[in-house]
Design a protein around this ligand. Sequence first.
Ligand SMILES: NC(=O)c1ccc[n+]([C@@H]2O[C@H](COP(=O)([O-])OP(=O)(O)OC[C@H]3O[C@@H](n4cnc5c(N)ncnc54)[C@H](OP(=O)(O)O)[C@@H]3O)[C@@H](O)[C@H]2O)c1
Length: 459
Amino acid sequence: MGSAKNKLSWSRFLGILHALMHRVNLGIVGCGTVGGGVYQAILRNGGLMASRLGVGVRVVKVAVQNRSKARAVKIPPALLTDDWRSLVDDPAVNLVGEFIGGTTTARSVLLAAFARGKSVVTANKALLSAHGEELFAAAEANGANLYYEASVAGGIPIIKVLREGLIGNQITRLYGIVNGTCNYILSRMKLEGADFAHVLAEAQALGYAEAEPSLDIDGHDAAHKTGILASLAHGFWVNPRDIYVEGIRAITQQDIRFASQMGYAIKLLGIVKKSGPVGRRGTPPVQVSVYPALVPQTHVLGSVNGVFNAVLVRGDIVGDTLYYGRGAGQDATASAVLSDLADAALDLKSGVKSRVPPFVPHERDGAVSPIGAVVSRYYVRLSVIDKPGTLAAITAILARARIGISSVMQPEAHEGESVPLVLMIHDATNANMARALAKIGQIGAVKCAPVMLRVENFD
Ligand SMILES: NC(=O)c1ccc[n+]([C@@H]2O[C@H](COP(=O)([O-])OP(=O)(O)OC[C@H]3O[C@@H](n4cnc5c(N)ncnc54)[C@H](OP(=O)(O)O)[C@@H]3O)[C@@H](O)[C@H]2O)c1
């Protein structure tokens, strides 16, 4: 037993020795939550990675905005600079990590690194969403690579899944719970019966939501991530302006309760579906959207709660596959960055910087469906005066629009002189549904603007 143990540590020692002979010198730009986590994770598991890979990663420089700021992670002063350009220019740095966020300086960091033939690891989904095509082209033109596993779903290796694990599949469906803040808020609203504003305030106090929360709760962060996943799944870079986005601000406790009574949970979903009739150029358009949807409580995505993320990917050969884990935070994100550092280190060691290219555009005719053309099922909540003829007037409008009702629920609840009326609607295009709801809203007995949420059954 003892000698086996010694043998193991001897082989590990040899691995580390070998790795020291092949070493990648990393410069980290940005040392906050993510950059600090990466620095610590390399200290903790860098030796393990080196023995597994035969190549080591060593941090040789760290650029921050304010060198004298107190930091939870202790960085040797000799490594620190407040001049990111000197880090990128430093001949000793042969790989750059960008962890500052935003789309302005971060873009300059990436372009400057590529111009010097240096590959970059980033966690920056906003940057990729806004400038992905330009950055991939710049990396390729300069013989460099761009690694971005940490940009989507934190610790879940979903980029690797799409670019490598499922490379032999046509991706027909992808559903993601990719924003932990929204999932935390919706989970607490459901489990505790609390209101949106109350849970948001608590999430902000606990650090699960930003003081300025709109990037998360209005769905933009989920849209950045969903756009990246859609692009990888369908081979054309999705313009963020083409993604239909609705956040969770308008979700009420009442809707969560009624949905629950019918067996549904409400989740903010990123949805990527190849669907609809074949377009002008012969390629079916792809639905790429982010909105709160009713999902069956019995479906596995219906029980993903708290800050956790999950992504369901359906391939035409593999069928359904599911990935679950922590979608943000220092350690989960550092784990994804370590995976990129390992790939980058191996690429540098073997001298093939784009063994797995960051993104391969191959669907020249790819297009995103306008939301109006997307077919969904719906939950509709109306506030109506309880008098004869109201339901008949509503169903007549839906019948004229050829929209089918699958069930009607009139919960026992009064809102002043009005009562809620909940309709579950069969498949209809979003455009058709919007027109019908506009007419329903004009009926005298319908008191407020109709509430409409889409229903996702994952078929
Ligand atoms: N936080 C997460 O859980 C998470 C998860 C996945 C992805 N991400 C992404 O990771 C990136 C970083 O997020 P974060 O949460 O780590 O941000 P953060 O905590 O605010 O850290 C930002 C870091 O960038 C540095 N910085 C800002 N401007 C700079 C400049 N011009 N030159 C040099 N350094 C500069 C700051 O320096 P000082 O320390 O001196 O102020 C700080 O160290 C973002 O793109 C974010 O979307 C974050």
